[in-house]
Design a protein around this ligand. Structure first.
Ligand code: HEC
Length: 157
């Protein structure tokens, strides 16, 4: 079951968000994540389609990116808070597929970032455009809610 709640505590009276929704996820029964209790903090309601994208993106992020990235903190790589506001999707998709290629192309931003991070190479990923867009959707939602996650400390994935 996926629980959508402002604070992660459904019974709290002081949820900072206008909507706390418990969602029936039978439509996602094939998704292994739906087997686990899974709490997502959202500042507004997600459509079923967006929820599926965010859930898939969350799993892909955990499996491929989380060892080097977090939303709010620099880990090995930069914090990815609001990355979709800072960089166009048309730059992000090729970057995730093969960042070295983007750096090698002479892209000014990429070269600067690469140098800033001591020329540490991010691995290439055999992910589809759709999978990368799911990760970006997850980061978008996570960026909207990460303040509440940090403050309440009650939300666990
Ligand atoms: C082994 C560590 C590592 C992994 C794993 C990794 N990255 Fe990175 N990432 C980096 C580093 C280091 C940079 C900084 C640029 C550079 O040095 O090439 C970076 C930069 C980025 C940037 C640019 C950030 C900005 O502020 O412009 C994005 C976006 C990004 N990574 C997304 C991802 C995604 C999505 C995944 C998973 C699919 C991922 N990374 C996996 C290390 C990693």
């Amino acid at each position: 079951m996926v629980v959508l709640a402002g604070t992660g505590l459904l019974d709290t009276q002081e949820t900072p968000f206008s909507e706390a929704v418990v969602l029936d996820t039978t439509a996602m029964a094939n998704d292994s994540l739906s087997q686990q209790a899974h709490v997502v903090a959202v500042s507004d309601t997600l459509s079923q389609e967006d929820l599926a994208a965010v859930t898939a993106g969350n799993a892909l992020f955990k499996g491929n990116c989380a060892q080097c990235h977090a939303v709010n903190d620099v880990v090995v790589g930069p914090a990815l808070h609001d990355i979709t506001k800072r960089r166009p999707v048309a730059w992000l998709v090729p970057w995730v597929k093969n960042s070295s290629k983007v750096v090698a192309s002479g892209d000014e931003y990429a070269v600067k970032l690469f140098n800033q991070y001591q020329q540490q190479q991010m691995p290439s990923f055999q992910l589809s455009d759709a999978e990368i867009k799911n990760i970006l959707k997850y980061l978008e939602v996570e960026s909207r809610t990460s303040v509440s996650v940090a403050t309440t400390g009650v939300i666990a994935y």
